[in-house]
Design a protein. Structure first.
Length: 348
């Protein structure tokens, strides 16, 4: 839709012709075809009625960067900013851009939907949202560790790179057979751990995590090869599966092509709603078999991001919910992790 396709009366905040695009199905004003920006023209600007999703992201990044630099310098007067104001600008810019993602989702911005089939995360949205959410999450971990702004801006860049690498399947590496998948996992886990060492001010190779299928190994001088801290997700979900196998009458199978255990049946048959694939595959027997290929996408996503996968997945689920789709499980997904899995991006 071009800007001159519809005439707008700024005095009443209404278009003179109807808009055929429903921006967000969970907002009643979206169904008023003569309204403007969810009937809130003072808060939003959308001359075509179809604001691109990246506009709020860019605005959020700019506002966040300015705010971060101001906080870092102790003044909003940019001419008096300290030489290291750029550190605060990076932190604020990434946080602001992440907030912009959720604004885009909430107002039903265009570029997230595909055709008339429903709301599906596009690749541009998916990679950007995963990168920014991973960045914000990693900065949160850095802040909790007391690293301060010097660690946070580095952690943000590391998280963004890690999220983008995961969302693109290692730029296609994950599709290159068995060793391609192992390479995707090994690069994803090791690069993130080396980057986090940098953010924490530690020697780069003092503690390096290298994922190999269902386990994460720890390399570095004086380090134990197997550490529970780097395998929390693996330990937790395998414990559930093995408990069901030992005490709940469940079953287990192992996919050697993907080095992936599956747990199903028994108690899970009664309580499982579908199947899940974070670190292991588990659920009812029929669902594990039916959604095996789907869940393998989640397995390798989780192996690249490690224990940061589930929090990032939940952040994707929140944006999906704001868009108007289900939080977790729907064929029509705003959650890019699900879009990849349902679309069978990496293997059929």
């Amino acid at each position: 839709m071009e800007p001159d396709d519809r005439n707008y009366d700024p005095l009443v905040g209404r278009f003179l012709s109807p808009d055929n695009f429903v921006q967000a199905s969970d907002f009643t004003q979206s169904f008023n075809r003569y309204s403007y920006c969810l009937n809130n023209p003072l808060a939003y600007f959308d001359p075509t009625g179809e604001i691109a999703w990246f506009i709020p992201v860019i605005i959020g990044a700019v506002v966040g960067a300015y705010t971060g630099a101001s906080v870092q310098s102790g003044t909003a007067a940019f001419w008096d900013w300290k030489p290291d104001a750029w550190k605060g600008a990076i932190v604020g810019g990434l946080l602001g851009a992440t907030a912009g993602l959720y604004v885009s989702a909430a107002i039903g911005a265009t570029g997230i939907t595909v055709g008339n089939a429903g709301i599906v995360a596009t690749k541009a949205w998916g990679v950007t949202s995963t990168a920014l959410q991973s960045a914000s999450l990693n900065m949160g971990f850095s802040a909790i560790s007391g690293q301060g702004v010097d660690g946070m801006w580095k952690a943000g860049l590391v998280g963004a790179a890690s999220g983008a690498f995961t969302a693109t399947g290692g730029f296609g590496l994950v599709k290159q057979g068995f060793f391609g998948r192992l390479g995707y996992q090994a690069i994803g886990t090791s690069a993130r751990s080396i980057g986090n060492n940098w953010a924490a001010g530690k020697p780069l190779f003092s503690k390096v995590t290298v994922g190999v299928g269902p386990v994460n190994l720890t390399l570095g001088k004086g380090q134990k090869l197997l550490q529970w801290q780097n395998n929390i997700g693996n330990i937790a979900f395998n414990t559930i599966g093995l408990s069901n196998l030992a005490f709940g009458g469940g079953k287990m199978s192992f996919d050697w092509k993907h080095l992936t255990p599956s747990y199903y049946g028994g108690v899970m048959e009664k309580f499982s709603q579908g199947a899940m694939g974070a670190h292991v595959i588990m659920g009812s027997e029929s669902d594990v078999k039916l959604f095996h290929t789907h869940e393998l996408h989640h397995i390798w996503q989780s192996r690249s991001l490690g224990d940061a996968f589930l929090p990032t997945y939940l952040m994707q689920g929140l944006s999906s919910y704001l868009i108007g789709t289900d939080f977790i499980d729907s064929v029509l997904e705003g959650n890019y992790f699900e879009t990849q899995a349902y679309g069978q991006f990496w293997w059929p």
